[in-house]
Design a protein around this ligand. Structure first.
Ligand code: UDP
Length: 321
């Protein structure tokens, strides 16, 4: 297939681009490089630099595109609370421009990076796709609005759309002669921050709260290896069906605590990794775990790589940089 990957210079987008190329697809990456890296785009994909508003219509008008995989987004929860307009415009506005470009060009399939943040504070875990969607920040709100737009475009214009709702993504894709992993200028995520301590770039890691109603008092999260996540995108691409918007959670059904993650990083790296307990981070739910029943049943997907593999691959990746 001929595919447009928006945000293909970012963490998840670059991994999926590599997997699509490996599967024999032709890939054009559209990325404004505001947070992505040109050198993360795998060799074999053509990179067009620009925003979706600036470039999506022109690229799709070349013709022959079978589908779009849409990763380009702003994704910092804290920033979204400070500057919500960046998220309404940058996520929803840009995505609407993409959808109109697809309609004009007759490209009728899209796989979208949605998020667990669309659910907000869960009433029940593991979270199922029919759970109420009550985002607690503009980031989650903007992603939910895009999911709604996809459902509308499916109903009104017959596109086939799949939204994949990610929980915690970790790890790296390691191949001979190249690797794709997490490289954020502002790093908020747990595993890369713990590995910075192992690398000697930080003195200690802060544990954001130890008084949650969980077995060891720290938050539980559902971590998925980025390579497993990518596999789900390839399956979703094949599952796009005309006039239908489908939503799948991407999780494992179980969680790891912040303490368990830090312990695994100690084991894998062989470094002591001092940890200091600090206050809770505002907005963090105690437990965020996804049910993956729906995608297992519908697409036959299940995560294959455990926390040890995620930390091991992320560690190899950051050491190579
Ligand atoms: N966390 C932490 N210290 C850090 C970064 C994160 O204790 O330096 C905790 C955070 O409070 C949450 C978990 O680790 O409970 C995962 O956070 P992350 O930002 O990686 O992902 P999120 O679940 O917020 O999407």
């Amino acid at each position: 297939m001929k595919l447009l990957v928006t945000g293909g210079a970012g963490y998840v987008g670059s991994v999926v681009t590599a997997q699509l190329l490996e599967a024999g697809h032709e890939v054009v990456v559209l990325d404004d490089l505001s947070t992505g890296h040109a050198d993360a785009v795998p060799a074999g994909a053509r990179l067009v630099q620009g925003t979706l508003r600036e470039k999506a219509a022109g690229v799709l008008a070349e013709g022959g595109f079978d589908a779009v995989l849409h990763f380009a987004a702003k994704s910092l929860v804290g920033e979204s609370v400070q500057k919500p307009w960046l998220y309404w415009d940058g996520n929803l506005g840009e995505s609407l421009a993409l959808l109109d470009a697809m309609r004009a060009a007759g490209t009728s399939r899209i796989v979208f990076s949605s998020t667990a943040a669309t659910y907000g504070e869960p009433e029940e875990t593991p979270i199922v796709e029919t759970a109420p969607t009550r985002p607690t920040n503009p980031y989650g709100m903007s992603k939910l609005a895009i999911d709604t737009a996809l459902a509308e475009y499916a109903r009104l214009f017959g596109i086939g759309a799949v939204s994949l709702r990610y929980f915690n993504v970790a790890g790296a894709r390691l191949v001979e002669g190249g690797a794709q992993g997490e490289r954020h200028a502002v790093e908020t995520h747990l595993i890369p921050n713990v590995l910075k301590v192992a690398l000697g770039e930080k003195e200690s890691v802060s544990v954001f709260g130890e008084d949650y109603p969980t077995p060891d008092g720290t938050c539980l999260r559902d971590y998925i290896h980025v390579v497993d996540l990518g596999v789900a995108h390839l399956l979703a691409l094949d599952a796009c069906a005309p006039s239908t918007h489908q939503i799948f959670n991407l999780g494992s059904g179980s969680g790891y605590s912040v303490r368990e993650v830090i312990d695994m990083c100690r084991e894998v790296t062989g470094h002591a990794i001092p940890a200091e307990v600090g206050p809770r981070r505002p907005g963090d739910p105690a437990i965020l775990v996804a049910s993956s029943e729906k995608i297992r049943t519908a697409l036959g997907w299940k995560p294959e790589r455990d926390l040890r593999a995620m930390v091991t691959d992320a560690w190899t990746f950051v050491q190579g940089r």
